[in-house]
Design a protein around this ligand. Sequence first.
Ligand code: PMP
Length: 389
Amino acid sequence: MQLAERIINSKDAGLGNLLAAPKQNQVSFAGGLPDPDLFPQRELNAGFNRALASTTAALQYSSAAGYQPLRKQLAARLVADGVPASTESVLITQGAQQALDLIGRLVLDPGARVIVEGPTYPGALAALGTYEPEFCTIPVHDDGMDMAQVAATLARGGVRLIYTVPDFQNPTGTVMSLAKRQQLLALARKYDVLVLEDAPYRALRYRGTNLPTLRQLDQDDHVLHVGSFSKILAPGLRLGWVTGAQHIIDQLVQLKSNSDLESSTLTQRAVSEYLAHNDLDAHIKVLRRNYARKCKTMVTGLQRQLPASVHISDPAGGFFVWLELPAGINSETVLAQVQDRVTFVPSTTLYPDQNVKNGMRLAFTNPDEAAIRRGCRELAAGINKAMRV
Ligand code: PMP
């Protein structure tokens, strides 16, 4: 049986493994899983009950763009965050992940260039990689992508898409500065290139205040802004959204329709009911308080046990702590040593060329505090041992 060339040439991104539940006695810092104790299970249950009790429409086909009242609620939330949006310009997707796939489908031909941050979210490399682009990796500094390298890459030509996570980047946790946001938009305008602003962690800030989104600063419709309920409500809902220029959203609606007809009507109605009867922002405040504490437990635990030659990030939000080991120390080797006790994502997975070996992504949101402390002890012991030999 002959498979498509693009499948034969593709490698398994390993995303399924990332999201698997940890084995017994193993602490997982690997997948970006929320804390299940913080899911508003009762309130969502009530939302599903209301959606099902009121009408059979929750069980019927509805529309590719999404359930209108939910789009309206999302548009209002986006506007409150400074993002220009209307009910019509919000497309509901099957998680943010589907938005990445549809945007790739819209703009990428094989060989087209895509600018990505290095390191970046492996799911973006997997989704966009389906369309066989050439990834151009731009290093991430404390204040975001290196703009001189973005400019140089754009000047070489052939770039169709710039993928960025400006708020609490996956995996480095960095926030793109206002100056860099403005530079990036000026470059997008100059070269007429689409920017994919992936913002699932934006609401999860633990200190300081948010900067305007790229979409808010976007004067001439070069930005698509993607969000998700996965980190602020529950990933099992599989609900995300994308907003941007109406003509692009209209094309994405068409692609979504071709792909899966529409997202689950029942789930969209249930979440719409949840939003109508609960204060999502109050829930997010609870998440922020809890995750801030877990983040501090991880950062201080690692700082106490690792030498100064290991760089430990101290993120102001999001899900991840990022470690940089001294050059020459391979995080995959460390993983092989410790993985019965603690797991994480080695940096090779987070670069298109898999060529950077000394980084580690540690998600702190899912394990409880005792497990975080235990995982940090095991991890630090493994790293210290690797640095001694
Ligand atoms: N973008 C980023 C940066 C992510 O970290 C994730 C999830 N880990 C996603 C998109 C996909 O999220 P969703 O569950 O909404 O599909």
